[in-house]
Design a protein around this ligand. Structure first.
Ligand SMILES: Cc1ncc(C[n+]2csc(CCOP(=O)(O)OP(=O)(O)O)c2C)c(N)n1
Ligand SMILES: [Mg+2]
Length: 341
């Protein structure tokens, strides 16, 4: 979706409006799922290169949280951020072009999969360093705080980030200075091939937030309705001056860590169990009970397939950066103008 409406008014919505809203949520998750499935194909043909981390299975986290934000809020994400970028309103075209290293990409083809970025939509990456986004989020929130702007900075990170010093420094400063950060932890139980229980003495991540006096919630990250509701409550509290809040979303990635990972550390039965909680299947079942028919789902699928096809065609027709431009932006052009004699 390109233009995100401001946060919806509080209070019960009429059933029809609620249904329509959920169809929108399903559509957003479908867009992400089908986009990433196409990325797998393109990767095997080497049309996408480098690292590629897919969020298949985790779509409800990005989509649910994004619903709680306004266009003025900020988003900071990790290297598993295709879904976050699309849900935030980056177009599929500029996202796919970026993955293919084309100049038409949102980061001019220089970032690739891990560095999707769009300041106009206040989407501040795409960060490849585990926990590296947290201090950035604290800085963005500090700027809003000092300027008296009622904005939220939503910061996504994985369970692996809690082992990093930056996580603790960011949580501490955000709490100490009462900054408007919504910490969104996507706990998919693994950091690359290592299960959380092998690296953390305390695996209840919400307790880490409590130790910094940050209010925290846990939510089923496979249920987009639940994520949205929790994120709305948390974002409202942050926006109203309640300081940082922490939401732990319990989720699972259905595929390997990255395209290079043979995924030998997870039990097949565990993966199968989580696949039964597929957020798209759950929501589709709920919508079917409310009257959404197979033909409606087929129509959504067809629209999404057309959007993906269009994005791939756009990217494939895109431009490779000329070799003579490669040194541009390595240092700031504006700074060198200012310091020129
Ligand atoms: C500071 C740092 N250390 C190590 C790595 C290598 N690395 C890349 S992803 C990753 C796992 C992170 O897991 P998690 O935070 O749970 O996110 P997930 O991949 O599960 O979404 C690691 C260790 C890195 N990118 N940055
Ligand atoms: Mg993880």
């Amino acid at each position: 979706m390109s233009d995100r409406p401001a946060e919806a008014p509080v209070g019960p919505e009429p059933d029809a409006a609620r249904h329509e809203h959920r169809v929108h949520l399903l559509n957003e998750m479908l867009r992400i799922r089908r986009f990433e499935e196409r990325c797998v194909e393109l990767y095997s043909r080497e049309e996408i290169r480098g690292f590629l981390h897919l969020g298949i299975g985790e779509e409800a986290c990005a989509v649910g949280v994004m619903e709680a934000l306004t266009p003025e809020d900020a988003v900071v994400a990790t290297y598993r951020e295709h879904g976050h970028a699309l849900a935030r309103g980056l177009s599929m075209r500029e996202t796919m072009a970026e993955l293919q290293g084309k100049m038409e990409g949102c980061s001019r083809g220089r970032g690739g999969s891990m560095h999707l970025f769009d300041a106009t939509r206040r989407f501040f990456g795409g960060n490849a360093i585990v926990a590296g986004g947290l201090p950035l989020a604290v800085g963005l929130a500090l700027a809003d705080h000092l300027q008296g702007r009622q904005r939220v900075t939503a910061c996504f990170f994985g369970d692996g980030a809690v082992a990093e010093g930056e996580f603790h420094e960011a949580m501490n400063l955000a709490a100490l200075w009462h900054l408007p950060v919504l910490f969104c932890c996507e706990n998919n139980l693994y950091a690359m091939g290592t299960a959380l229980r092998y690296t953390e003495s305390e695996t209840d991540l919400s307790l880490k937030a409590s130790s910094y006096r940050i209010p925290s919630w846990e939510v089923d990250g496979m249920d987009v309705d639940a994520v949205e509701e929790t994120a709305r409550d948390a974002a409202r509290a942050v926006r109203e001056g309640g300081g940082p809040h922490f939401v732990e979303m319990r989720t699972y990635r259905f595929r390997s860590h990255s395209m290079y990972d043979p995924d030998r550390y997870r039990d097949k039965a565990e993966i199968a169990q989580w696949r039964e909680k597929d957020p798209l299947t759950t929501l589709t079942a709920r919508l079917s009970a409310e009257g959404l028919g197979d033909a409606d789902v087929a129509r959504l699928e067809a629209q999404v397939a057309a959007e993906v096809d269009d994005a791939v065609a756009f990217a494939e027709a895109g431009t490779d950066e000329p070799v003579e431009e490669l040194e541009r932006f390595v240092t700031s052009e504006r700074t060198s103008e200012r310091t020129a004699p």
